[in-house]
Design a protein around this ligand. Structure first.
Ligand code: NAD
Length: 470
C-alpha cells in the first residue's frame, strides 16, 4: 500500500524508465518464447496469489469472493488461455494482396511492439482493469509500467507484490501512487499509453500524450441508457438489468445508468425489478454479504446527494458507517438534475417512461455517446432501428454488460466514452504497431509509367489504365 516510505522518488522513476527502455531496445521481449514464458509465469503467480487478491478486493470494495472470481480473476484467466492459444498465430506476419503497380512483389503487415507502455487503471475492477491491459501489452512484446488506482490501495499492493517481487523491473513494474505519481509518469515520453478512468481525467491524459504524439487507448465512462420495450420478456429483462446495474454496487463503467420503459408496462416492470433486487440481495440488501460498499466517502456523499433529486420508488436506504447505499430506483427525475447530467457510477437507477420509441432516441442522441446501450425487445425491427439510431461503444440486446465478456469483439467507447478498444486479439493489436511491408525483387521489372520524364502519350495510357482497373 502507498505510504510515505514506499512512494517512489522521481529519480528512481526515471532510472526505472530508462532501464525499461534499454531492456526493450536490447530485444528481450521480441521472441514468442519470451512472451509465452512471461505470460505463463504471470498466470501462475495470479493463481498462487488468488486469495491475497480476493482479500484485497474484499477490503477495497467488500466484493464477495464469488463476484471477484466471475468479474475479475475469471475473465483474466480466460484471456490468458485465449492469448496462449493464439499468440503464435497473432504474431505471424499477415500476407495481403500486392497492388498491380507493385507487381512483381509481395506485401505483408508485421505487428511490432510499440516499446514502452504506460497502463493507468481505475479502482472499480482494480485487478482486471490493470492486468487485462498488462496481459495485452506483454503479449504484444512491450515493457510495461502499471499504475493502479490509489483508491483501491489493497488491490494495488497485492498486484505490486505479484509483479514487483517476481519480475525484472526492467520488463514490467507496478508503481503505486495517485495524481502526483501519475503526473510524474506523464511527464515522460511513452510509446503507448493505455488509460481506463473517467472522461475528465481522460482529457488530461490525452493532452499529456499529445505533447509527445504518443498513441493512446482511452477507456472512459458515460451514461449508458437501457430501454425496455413492452414486447420484451419483462421478468427476464428485470433479472438481467438488476444484475448489470447492481453488481459491484453499480460501480461498473458500463452498468445501465438510466432506464426508459414503455409507459403501459412501467408499474409491472418496477415490481419485477424490485423482486429481482430482493431475490439477489435479500429483504435488507444493504446488509447483504453479496452486495459491496461504495469505494470512498467522496463518492458515497456524491451518490447520497442524488437521492433527493427524484421520487424514490424502491430502496434509498444508506449506511454512513458502512458506506453502503441500497439498490435504488427513482422516478420523476429532471433531465437537468446532476444525477442525469453526471455519470451515476453507483446503485441508483432513474426511470423514465415513453410512448413512442422515437422519444427515447431523441433523448439519448441529445447526449454524449455512451460506453454501452441496452435494448430489451423481442422485435427484430425494433432491434434493427435501435442499432441504427444509437451510437455507443458497444451494445447488448436483451441483456446488460455481457458483451464485454467476448474476446471476439473489441471493448471500448466512442466519442466522450473513449478511443480504441481491446480484449483478445484486439488487445494484441492495440499494443502493436502495424508495420506495412512491401517486398520487391531485385530484377529490374518496373512499369514504364513510374519514372519521369513524363509525356502526353503516357498520360493518355495512364488515364485508360485507371479507368479499366480502378
Ligand atoms: P479516474 O479517472 O478518477 O482515475 C483513473 C486513474 O487516473 C487512476 O489511476 C488515478 O490515479 C489517475 N488520475 C486521477 N486523477 C488524475 C490526474 N489529475 N492526473 C493524472 N492521473 C490522474 O477514474 P476512477 O474514479 O478510478 O474510475 C471511474 C471512472 O472510470 C468512471 O468514469 C468509469 O466509467 C470509468 N471506467 C471506464 C472503464 C472502461 O473500461 N471504459 C472501466 C472502468 C471504469
Amino acid at each position: 500500500m502507498l505510504t510515505e516510505t514506499n512512494r517512489i522518488p522521481s529519480s528512481d522513476l526515471l532510472n526505472l524508465y530508462h532501464a525499461q527502455k534499454a531492456f526493450f531496445q536490447e530485444g528481450h521481449t521480441r521472441s514468442y518464447a519470451f512472451r509465452l514464458a512471461q505470460i505463463k509465469k504471470l498466470n501462475d503467480l495470479v493463481n498462487k496469489h488468488q486469495q491475497n487478491l480476493m482479500d484485497a478486493l474484499q477490503k477495497d470494495l467488500e466484493k464477495h469472493a464469488y463476484e471477484g472470481l466471475i468479474t475479475e480473476l475469471g475473465p483474466f484467466f480466460s484471456e490468458v488461455k485465449d492469448t496462449l492459444k493464439h499468440l503464435r498465430s497473432w504474431m505471424q506476419p499477415e500476407s495481403v494482396t500486392t497492388s498491380l503497380f507493385n507487381t512483381p512483389g509481395s506485401s505483408e503487415i508485421i505487428r511490432e511492439p510499440y516499446g514502452n507502455v504506460l497502463v493507468i487503471a481505475p479502482w472499480n475492477y482494480p485487478f482486471l482493469l490493470s492486468f487485462s491491459p498488462l496481459l495485452g501489452a506483454m503479449a504484444a512484446g512491450n515493457c510495461v509500467i502499471l499504475k493502479p488506482s490509489e483508491h483501491a490501495p489493497h488491490s494495488a499492493a497485492a498486484m505490486a507484490a505479484i509483479i514487483n517481487q517476481h519480475f525484472d523491473p526492467s520488463y514490467i513494474h507496478v508503481i503505486e501512487g495517485g495524481v502526483e505519481e501519475t503526473q510524474a509518469l506523464l511527464n515522460t515520453r511513452w510509446d503507448y499509453i493505455f488509460f481506463t478512468g473517467g472522461t475528465a481525467i481522460g482529457k488530461i491524459i490525452y493532452k499529456a500524450a499529445a505533447e509527445h504524439l504518443t498513441p493512446v487507448t482511452l477507456e472512459l465512462g458515460g451514461k449508458s441508457p437501457c430501454v425496455v420495450h413492452k414486447d420484451a420478456n419483462l421478468k427476464l429483462a428485470a433479472k438481467r438489468i438488476a444484475w448489470g446495474k447492481w453488481i459491484n454496487s453499480g460501480q461498473t463503467c458500463l452498468a445501465p445508468d438510466y432506464l426508459f420503459v414503455q409507459a403501459d408496462i412501467k408499474q409491472k416492470f418496477i415490481q419485477y425489478l424490485s423482486d429481482a433486487i430482493h431475490a439477489y440481495y435479500g429483504a435488507d440488501p444493504i446488509k447483504s454479504p453479496d452486495y459491496g460498499k461504495i469505494i470512498n466517502y467522496r463518492h458515497y456523499e456524491r451518490l447520497k446527494s442524488y437521492l433527493s433529486q427524484g421520487r424514490i420508488t424502491t430502496g434509498g436506504k444508506c449506511d454512513d458507517r458502512l458506506m453502503r447505499i441500497e439498490p435504488t430506483i427513482m422516478e420523476q427525475v429532471s433531465a437537468d438534475s446532476p444525477v442525469m447530467q453526471e455519470e451515476i457510477f453507483g446503485p441508483i437507477l432513474p426511470i423514465y417512461t415513453y410512448d413512442k420509441i422515437d422519444e427515447v432516441y431523441a433523448f439519448i442522441n441529445k447526449r454524449e455517446k455512451p460506453l454501452a446501450s441496452y435494448l430489451f425487445s423481442a422485435s427484430s425491427a425494433v432491434q434493427k432501428q435501435f442499432l441504427a439510431e444509437i451510437s455507443s461503444g458497444g451494445v447488448s440486446i436483451n441483456d446488460t454488460v455481457m458483451h464485454i465478456t467476448s474476446s471476439q469483439m473489441p471493448f471500448g467507447g466512442v466519442g466522450q466514452s473513449g478511443i480504441g478498444g481491446y480484449h483478445g486479439k484486439y488487445s494484441f493489436d492495440t499494443f502493436s504497431h502495424k508495420k506495412s511491408v512491401l517486398r520487391r525483387g531485385i530484377q529490374p521489372l518496373d512499369t514504364i509509367f513510374r519514372f519521369p520524364p513524363y509525356n502526353m502519350k503516357l498520360l493518355k495510357m495512364m488515364k485508360e489504365l485507371l479507368k479499366r482497373f480502378l
